[in-house]
Design a protein around this ligand. Structure first.
Ligand SMILES: CCCCC/C=C\CCC/C=C/CC(=O)SCCNC(=O)CCNC(=O)[C@H](O)C(C)(C)COP(=O)(O)OP(=O)(O)OC[C@H]1O[C@@H](n2cnc3c(N)ncnc32)[C@H](O)[C@@H]1OP(=O)(O)O
Length: 289
């Protein structure tokens, strides 16, 4: 027998059921965590990882830890590819859960930022093939995490980009570097100084995303096609090529770890930034943009 978890909504409440499935009939392996649903298709050996933390899949410490741990498990299982998407059509993630930034406790800020960086690095550095199916808005941290994937498809009529400057915050330099890798230095400079959120079409024209799809289902099947297209590529050679093309960025990010964490703690932990964050949260809650 294989044990699976099934999550369903009944009268607005999320219900978790433990399923007993005879191994012979199983086509899905399912080992979801609290905030991230995972299913691995036994036939294709592809994992779909769905962010599932209402209301906006905010990236708090728990989500990041779960995400990192699930990726490690998928690496051990040697899946053929990982598709990252949202369980809620319309929002991939609202980025960092702002509650994590509302503190001047330096130890907490340091812990959060270390975890945030480590999770990004795990995704950026994984030998697995990764495809982001961006099926909703993807501001700031959401955009950053999708740039760590090998390929990005996005549904129409949503926004993606680094909007930190618009909020009065400063995005980390490695986010700027990663976006510059994809859209070029000049466009990244304009985007980050303006805190620009791009529409799906604009992001596609710039190269921030690779393809546009009409809906999540099309996104998932497109992602599977991309993963299949690597089937005849020698695995070891692909993994080493991925590592080589990403090595320079990785080396710089790791070399700058201490400076980056110090800048984050000083920037976010200052009274001035705390006021800005508080005002932004109030705007967000009253929808005054
Ligand atoms: C000088 C050296 C500097 C070095 C610095 C280094 C690092 C600096 C790090 C700074 C990096 C920041 C990165 C980030 O990710 S910051 C977060 C940015 N995110 C956003 O601005 C997104 C804000 N949200 C939205 O735009 C929308 O909510 C939406 C995601 C498009 C969804 O819209 P909608 O469906 O209409 O939902 P609501 O707006 O009604 O939201 C529902 C609910 O959720 C709350 N909420 C939304 N986003 C967040 C969030 N990111 N964190 C926490 N809470 C969020 C929202 O307030 C609503 O709550 P209520 O229902 O209680 O009103």
């Amino acid at each position: 027998m294989f044990k699976g978890i099934c999550r369903e909504t009944h009268n607005g409440n999320m219900v978790t059921k433990i399923l007993k499935i005879p191994k012979f009939f199983t086509c899905i392996r399912n080992f979801s965590s609290e905030n991230v649903l995972v299913e691995v298709n036994n036939k294709t050996n592809t994992a779909i990882l769905r962010l599932s933390r209402p209301p906006v899949n905010g990236l708090n410490l728990e989500v990041l830890n779960e995400f990192e741990s699930l990726l490690s498990q998928l690496e051990q299982q040697k899946v053929n590819g990982v598709i990252i998407t949202s369980n809620k059509e319309g929002i991939l993630t609202g980025g960092i859960d702002i509650a994590e930034l509302q503190t001047i406790d330096q130890r907490r800020l340091k812990k959060y930022w270390t975890t945030f960086r480590d999770t990004f690095l795990k995704l950026y550095n994984t030998p697995l093939l990764t495809v982001a199916v961006i099926n909703g808005h993807s501001p700031a941290g959401g955009c950053l995490f999708s740039t760590a994937c090998d390929y990005r498809v996005m549904t129409r009529n949503y926004n993606i980009g680094g909007n930190e400057t618009q909020l009065g915050l400063v995005a980390p330099i490695w986010f700027m570097d990663r976006v510059a890798d994809l859209i070029g230095h000049r466009q990244a400079e304009l985007a980050f100084t303006q805190g620009k959120l791009f529409s799906t079409d604009e992001a596609h024209k710039l190269g921030l995303i690779d393809e546009i799809v009409e809906n999540t289902a099309e996104g998932l099947s497109k992602a599977q096609i991309i993963i299949n297209s690597f089937a005849n590529v020698p695995k070891k050679a692909r993994e080493i090529s991925k590592r080589f093309t990403r090595q320079q960025f990785l080396d710089k990010m790791i070399r700058d770890t201490d400076d980056d964490i110090r800048h984050f703690v000083n920037h976010i932990g200052s009274n001035e930034t705390q006021k800005i964050i508080e005002q932004y949260m109030q705007k967000l809650k009253s929808k005054r943009f």
